[in-house]
Design a protein around this ligand. Structure first.
Ligand SMILES: Cc1cc2nc3c(=O)[nH]c(=O)nc-3n(C[C@H](O)[C@H](O)[C@H](O)COP(=O)(O)OP(=O)(O)OC[C@H]3O[C@@H](n4cnc5c(N)ncnc54)[C@H](O)[C@@H]3O)c2cc1C
Length: 465
């Protein structure tokens, strides 16, 4: 059927597929459906996501360290939409009975906010791939005073804050205050936390060595804290040990079996009573489904993740699929839930796309039975750890494999070239310590005495967003 014939198909004869969330899972489903239904205009495909871009999260810590330019790890969702409709909007509610999703505008245009209103989308098939949000385990103070590492905005804000701390420490005469400005605490020994602490440590140490001659490198303290007894629980015990040893060798202090109990603007307290004076707490303590997902009228596990059957259909609800970080699926190979990784989200998406196409066109459904081919993490400058096809690797080789693997998985040739160029340039030049203050002309620039008022996270955020 030709494109010009699209309008001649009656709405009632169309099957409407609605994909919620433009992350690893959603984009993979979208791409597969578009390929399959490229010329079939009886199929209507729409995607809703609150950002108009797909974010390649494994490289987010490198954006925070400035190794990769901000826009090089994002791709506009519309670049994937050959004929699908895209709505940059927030999903507000999902009604499985009426087969309707309510969305609302996501806009920076505050002056006209009063004009924005909700919209309703009908569907015949629904794909829910809404990811998750940072889990603070109910600690409101930690939420208030910590930096997160989940979105592009998070990486930009953290980078600016770290450079700000370097600038403030370079003026500061009070040794104790200078040390607390130069203390950086990352909580969470999973991939996000470990990769973030590695990048942050490299940025701070390189910057002090190359540019901040007033700061004594001995005052720099980078700490990784985790409640468990080891980091990177996804890898084997000896690889985790190796990663721990390498992080320590690069100057990172590791505190294990010590959950955080509270935080203020000036310090972090651990359950065992330890208090670390710091102005930088980065929270990468895990993800949890957002409230909307937790409150859906379907089965959930105890953390609020949606329970799906082997075909990744939501139990007891017809024609609704769920996948990625917002679901809980038991791995038949380990008996434990699949960890929330991009790799699993992409593999789940292949199964969902296949089963959806089978449901529409007829064909056999497949169940999700994925055995991970490997797992890799970078742990700082030119070092990595991982298991690939059962073989353990570490050091420079693991780091090179990590880079090659993720580079091939970046969505477009343009982004691959841009990121490779960033990496290449980094081999020869000093880190870029430009701190971006984004003020409009009518905003006043405030000056403060640092010892009177410490610049807060919220102020830093408002400067950069
Ligand atoms: C710093 C960091 C490093 C990581 N490193 C690795 C790694 O090295 N390897 C690995 O395998 N995994 C890694 N991960 C984990 C990986 O990013 C996730 O497992 C993966 O993104 C899950 O895919 P998803 O599609 O389920 O969710 P996401 O990719 O999070 O996508 C969810 C999408 O839904 C949208 N959305 C959410 N709520 C709404 C709403 N209410 N309305 C509209 N849209 C909404 C979001 O904007 C987003 O586009 C890392 C994660 C982080 C944060």
């Amino acid at each position: 059927m030709k494109k010009s014939d699209e309008s001649s198909i009656e709405v009632k004869d169309r099957k409407r597929i609605l994909v919620l969330g433009g992350g690893f899972a959603g984009i993979t489903v979208l791409k597969r459906l578009e390929n399959k239904f490229e010329n079939d205009f009886t199929i209507d495909i729409s995607m809703v996501s609150k950002d108009n871009f797909f974010l390649f999260t494994p490289m987010l810590p490198e954006v925070a360290s400035g190794m990769i330019e901000t826009r090089h790890i994002v791709t506009p969702v519309r670049a994937f939409c050959k004929r699908a409709r895209f709505y940059e909007a927030a999903v507000r509610s999902i009604d499985f009975q009426k087969r309707q999703v309510t969305i609302s505008n996501v806009t920076d245009n505050r002056n006209e906010l009063a004009n924005w209103h909700d919209h309703t989308l009908d569907y015949d098939y629904l794909v829910m791939s809404l990811g998750g949000e940072t889990n603070f385990f109910g600690m409101e103070d930690v939420k208030k005073y910590s930096y997160t590492m989940k979105s592009l905005g998070d990486a930009i804000v953290l980078r600016n804050h770290v450079i700000d701390m370097l600038e403030q420490a370079s003026i500061e005469q009070d040794r104790e205050l200078r040390q607390s400005l130069m203390t950086f605490v990352v909580v969470g020994g999973g991939f996000a936390g470990v990769e973030t602490v590695g990048e942050l440590n490299a940025l701070v140490r390189d910057a002090v060595r190359d540019f901040y001659h007033d700061i004594d490198i001995k005052d720099v303290r980078v700490v990784l804290v985790d409640a468990m007894d080891k980091i990177l629980p996804e890898v084997s015990a000896d690889l985790s040990k190796f990663a721990t040893q390498k992080l320590k060798e690069s100057g990172i202090e590791i505190i294990l079996q010590s959950p955080v109990s509270s935080a203020t603007m000036y310090d972090v307290k651990l359950k065992d009573g330890t208090v670390i004076a710091t102005h930088t707490l980065v929270w990468a303590g895990g993800v949890t489904p957002e409230k909307l997902v937790k409150e859906l009228q379907c089965e959930h596990d105890k953390s609020g993740r949606i329970i799906v059957d082997g075909y990744l259909e939501v139990k007891g609800i017809g024609d609704v699929y769920a996948l990625g970080d917002c679901v809980s699926i038991t791995d038949p190979h380990t008996g434990r839930p699949y960890p929330p990784t991009a790799q699993n989200a992409v593999e789940e998406a292949k199964v969902v796309a296949n089963n959806l196409i089978s449901a529409i066109r007829g064909g056999s459904k497949v169940s999700f039975n994925y055995k991970s081919r490997g797992i890799m993490a970078q742990i700082g400058k030119r070092k990595g750890v991982g298991i690939l096809f059962g073989i353990k690797t570490h050091g420079l080789l693991a780091w090179m494999i990590w880079r090659a693997y993720y580079l091939t998985h970046l969505p477009t040739l343009e982004k691959k070239l841009r990121v490779s160029t960033d990496w290449f340039i980094d081999l020869f030049f000093k880190p870029d310590i430009t701190r971006l203050k984004i003020f409009t002309e009518n905003q006043e620039v405030q000056t403060k005495s640092f010892s009177d008022t410490v610049i807060s996270k919220d102020e830093t955020k408002s400067e950069t967003t």
